[in-house]
Design a binder for this molecule. Sequence first.
Ligand SMILES: Nc1ncnc2c1ncn2[C@@H]1O[C@H](COP(=O)(O)OS(=O)(=O)O)[C@@H](OP(=O)(O)O)[C@H]1O
Ligand SMILES: Nc1ncnc2c1ncn2[C@@H]1O[C@H](COP(=O)(O)OP(=O)(O)O)[C@@H](O)[C@H]1O
Length: 177
Amino acid sequence: MTGATIWLTGLPSAGKTTIAYELAGRLKAEGRRVQVLDGDEIREFLSAGLGFSREDRHTNVQRIGYVAELLARNGVLALAPVIAPYADSREAVRKRHRSEGTAYLEVHVATPVDVCSVRDVKGLYAKQAAGEISGLTGVDDPYEAPESPDLRIESHQQTVQESAAALHALLTERGLA
Ligand SMILES: Nc1ncnc2c1ncn2[C@@H]1O[C@H](COP(=O)(O)OS(=O)(=O)O)[C@@H](OP(=O)(O)O)[C@H]1O
Ligand SMILES: Nc1ncnc2c1ncn2[C@@H]1O[C@H](COP(=O)(O)OP(=O)(O)O)[C@@H](O)[C@H]1O
């Protein structure tokens, strides 16, 4: 089976993690080997000690990209629901995959910031508004939206199941599912 990395980039609370796990469930039910590289878990272990400066975010994204490529090269569908706010960081991950001949798909979970800030799954938008934190992606820290992602998901206009189905359809179209 051909592996691939599927990177879900977008703002906090955009729906990256939810869509990744929904898709992972479907793919596993179809007999695929799948690994979700959850940004929060990675930051607890592989990227412990890294913060949210531009440099640390870049390092975090490169580490996740490295592990994802190793998994994908070995037939796993590696799903990375990770903000990855900088275009050059994402491009470096794409290049690594290209140079290894490993499939790579970029998915922009393009939920507008006003919707994300209402969802506010982890309370980060409220904390930023209250002045308790700063440097929140999309609010007072940059988010460079992908110009030509393989797929753009408007999660505010569809259900989780519809978002996951759109991504699954893309994988099928590319011969990856
Ligand atoms: N300042 C700031 N900006 C953005 N995000 C923040 C921040 N502080 C903590 N968090 C939470 O960290 C979660 C993991 O971030 P990532 O590793 O995906 O970010 S990055 O790609 O390294 O920028 C990320 O998870 P998600 O909400 O799932 O996107 C955030 O909830
Ligand atoms: N179409 C959709 N796709 C993904 N999440 C959605 C959608 N519609 C509503 N949501 C909700 O938005 C929230 C997104 O949270 P989460 O997946 O943790 O975001 P992220 O990983 O991008 O920070 C969840 O509570 C989820 O149920």
